[in-house]
Design a protein around this ligand. Structure first.
Ligand SMILES: Cc1cc2nc3c(=O)[nH]c(=O)nc-3n(C[C@H](O)[C@H](O)[C@H](O)COP(=O)(O)OP(=O)(O)OC[C@H]3O[C@@H](n4cnc5c(N)ncnc54)[C@H](O)[C@@H]3O)c2cc1C
Length: 426
């Protein structure tokens, strides 16, 4: 069958212009390929996971396989910034992880840093932690803190925009308001595994269609819906509505929470798992948020902030661990976002398989910690699409078939960190 009139042809079609899709489009364009990036909403919209003011980059992971990925990502962020001529990542003085001394994920994070020769300092005396950070933190007795210097804050909307601009500069075509509704073969694969000149037709809900030799699907919280519609395959990826909170710093303490004052990016382990960044984007405010949310349909969100949940988790946490420094009864600003959770919290990066074989690569389920890896994920996805394998990275833990072996995915030696709560009102 001939191509429909006006059906443009590309080497790589990327579906979804969040951080993963934008990095993939850039990477494929950098390799001289004809690239199309399709986004269902406006570019840089706020309905997915890659918008807003800050994402942290850190090397403290309880799973060892993420450490080399963080290190490579750090380099790739810097390379892209050099090409763009501006920065999106501000190094932080340090990453501070803390929690009960017996917390297994904290212990594993230390072990993994040590095994990877990443300098790590374990502080067992809460008074020492308090002294290091201008008295900001007051850790309960029996808690330890872990200090590492691979730490930074990335500006997400600016970073996505940077990769889109770099991709466009290298010739990629960006189309927004283009909701992909179907992905199927136009011509059959000529040998097992696809390739051999086979073409994929990517169609949009408003009746347009495009042809690609390869397709990369990075649809964030819509992955499950899109892949089910296109391939009938049900991915174990659950969207969670989550809320970022900004709190007012009490007058006179602003410097203690600033980047210049040495305030770290931080994570407080256990239940609740709380994280935060230095005061940067809104002077006088500091971001302190709960790592969790409630299940949602990405197309039917109610945008409700879980006030009751915050009162039970973040408010008492602030009163105990940052006493006297924050006006901690309620946040002064909130922003909504979505996590795409897998049962094990690990990414999904794989070929789609089935009819579409290795000509369609999928990536999703970034489980609230994927942003920092965006440039690397882009590199991996383009390696998989163009070469059939990703160089120098072990993707075993990200394969889809892990859920065939065990519906909970990769076995973990620690409890889940991301909590899923009942929606407000239930
Ligand atoms: C509050 C919050 C804090 C976070 N903090 C951190 C952090 O500190 N560090 C870190 O590393 N990570 C963090 N993350 C996680 C990180 O932001 C996500 O892992 C990452 O943004 C996921 O990017 P994505 O491209 O997969 O998804 P998205 O950004 O959602 O992009 C997917 C895109 O695909 C589009 N799309 C979907 N379906 C279609 C379709 N049919 N046709 C066309 N387009 C489609 C969507 O509209 C969307 O634009 C955080 C996430 C949140 C929500």
């Amino acid at each position: 069958m001939a191509a429909a009139v006006g059906e443009e042809e590309f080497d790589v079609i990327v579906v979804g212009a969040g951080i993963m899709g934008s990095c993939s489009a850039y990477e494929a364009a950098k390799r001289g390929r004809r690239v199309l990036l399709l986004e269902q909403f406006d570019l840089l919209h706020h309905r997915g996971s890659s918008h807003g003011e800050s994402r942290t980059i850190r090397a403290t992971y309880p799973e060892p396989y993420y450490l080399p990925m963080v290190l490579e990502s750090f380099n790739l962020w810097q390379q892209a910034e050099a090409e763009a001529g501006y920065s999106v990542l501000s190094p932080a003085a340090s990453q501070l992880d803390f929690g009960p001394a017996g917390d297994s994920s904290l212990r594993l994070a230390v072990d993994n840093c040590q095994a990877a020769a990443i300098p790590v300092r374990v502080l067992r005396d809460p008074a020492e932690v308090s002294a290091l950070f201008s008295g900001a933190f007051s850790l309960p007795s029996g808690w330890i803190a872990v200090l590492t210097d691979i730490a930074g804050v990335i500006k997400p909307t600016k970073a996505v925009s940077m990769f889109q601009s770099l991709a466009a500069r290298r010739g990629a075509v960006l189309r927004d308001r283009a909701q992909v509704s179907d992905i199927r073969r136009k011509t059959p694969a000529t040998h097992h595994g696809g390739g051999g000149g086979a073409l994929i037709r990517v169609s949009t809900a408003d009746g347009r269609s495009f042809l690609g030799r390869k397709c990369v699907v990075t649809a964030g919280a819509w992955m499950k819906k899109l892949v089910q519609a296109v391939a009938g395959r049900v991915l174990p990826i659950s969207p969670l509505h989550t809320t970022i909170c900004y709190w007012k710093i009490r007058e006179g303490h602003e410097k203690d929470f600033s980047q210049e004052g040495g305030f770290p990016t931080f994570a407080s382990y256990g239940d609740p798992y709380i994280y935060g960044t230095p005061s940067m984007e809104f002077p006088g405010l500091v971001k302190i948020a709960l790592h969790g949310g409630y299940a949602c349909d990405p197309d039917e969100r109610n945008w409700v902030t879980e006030v009751g949940l915050l009162e039970k988790t973040v408010v008492p946490w602030i009163k105990e661990l940052l006493p006297g420094k924050i006006e901690g009864d309620k946040p002064v600003m909130t922003q909504s976002c979505m996590y795409s959770m897998t049962p094990d919290g690990d990414f999904v990066i794989d070929f789609l398989g089935g009819e579409l074989g290795e000509d369609v690569v999928i990536a999703g389920g970034f489980s609230g910690h994927g942003f920092k890896m965006g440039p690397l994920v882009g590199r991996i996805l383009v390696d998989l699409a163009l070469d059939g394998a990703a160089a120098g990275v072990d993707l075993r833990h990200f394969r889809l078939d892990r859920f065939d072996v065990n519906p909970r995915g990769n076995p973990k030696e620690f409890d889940d960190q991301v909590g899923s709560h009942a929606p407000p009102g239930q």
